[in-house]
Design a protein around this ligand. Structure first.
Ligand SMILES: [Zn+2]
Length: 294
């Protein structure tokens, strides 16, 4: 992928990602940090939002942040150390960190880097690796077609999908066992709203997501859409909801809130799964019966 690196630089140059459901996911993730953790490394730290949460909850933990994107690292504020490097070859000694986190990263890795990356996460961890990935994602459903070279690719450059069993076995080959997992956010679907919105879009001539090119650039040929259009399409959910509230009268917001409370809905498992993986010898030590004193 020739322009893959540029894709991530462009992605992170849009600024901090502060989506409420993302924050909820990260708070759920921070709960998996083991007691007594002295130092933590966040591999593929992005803009440092997880480091920020860790710092708030556990001010005494020493935090290292690494990412391949320098645009991302520029935005990291809450790290004691930060470094630009590739996941598949991390410049740290074996078992350097009490806890290694790698959140929403490994689904982006190429076949060449994937196994090396998992092996590296396990190698630099003393006891604990925390991983999160999209859960049961249908990567073929969220695609962009490049208008220049016609390549079809997943909008987030996700290259693989994980289910319960593939997730549980992620680090089995590297001496780790999954101790705990959770789906930190649930999805709420309001019956009929999708149909309502698709009719609403057609009537107003608003294009459907599937008709838009939503990526910062094409990872194959480097095609880049106009900046203004791009910013509009990729505004964060928080910005979009602020725009909606600004354009809605208080009375209409009240009615909207009331309808939402009464409307029939369904909740389903959310978009992410997060797990804590523990080095096997540690498991054996903690579950074995203490030696009797003679
Ligand atoms: Zn292209």
């Amino acid at each position: 992928m020739t322009f893959e690196t540029d894709y991530y630089e462009s992605f992170w140059s849009y600024g901090i990602v502060d989506d409420p459901s993302d924050l909820k996911r990260l708070e759920g993730t921070a709960r998996l940090i083991p007691e007594g953790c002295v130092n933590l490394i966040d591999v593929g730290c992005g803009d440092g939002v997880f480091a920020r949460i860790v710092r708030q909850k556990f001010p005494s933990i020493q935090i290292t942040c690494v990412d391949r994107s320098s645009a991302a690292l520029e935005q990291v504020r809450d790290a004691d150390e930060k470094m630009c490097c590739e996941l598949a070859s991390l410049p740290f000694d074996d078992q350097s960190f009490d806890c290694v986190s790698c959140l929403e990263v490994i689904e982006h890795l190429t076949v060449r880097d994937y196994k090396n990356a998992l092996s590296e996460l396990a190698r630099i961890a003393k006891n604990t690796v925390i991983i999160s990935v999209p859960y049961n994602e249908a990567i073929e459903k969220e695609v962009d077609t490049c208008p220049q070279c016609r390549t079809v690719f997943n909008r987030d450059l996700h290259l693989r999908s994980f289910n319960d069993s593939t997730f549980a076995e992620l680090l089995s080959d590297f001496g780790f066992r999954m101790e705990e997992s959770s789906i930190p956010v649930v999805n709420t679907h309001y019956w009929g709203f999708r149909t309502y919105y698709s009719i609403w879009r057609k009537l107003r001539g608003v294009p459907d997501r599937s008709e838009l090119f939503m990526s910062p650039l094409c990872p194959l040929c480097g095609y880049t859409p106009e900046k203004e259009k791009q910013a509009q399409i990729n505004s964060t959910p928080a910005q979009r909801s602020a725009a909606v509230s600004a354009s809605t009268s208080p009375r209409n917001s009240k009615i909207r809130g009331l309808v939402k409370r009464c409307w029939p809905r369904q909740t389903t498992p959310g978009y992410w799964i997060v797990g804590r993986f523990t080095r096997l010898q540690t498991v054996a030590r903690s579950t074995s019966t203490p030696a009797k004193r003679s």
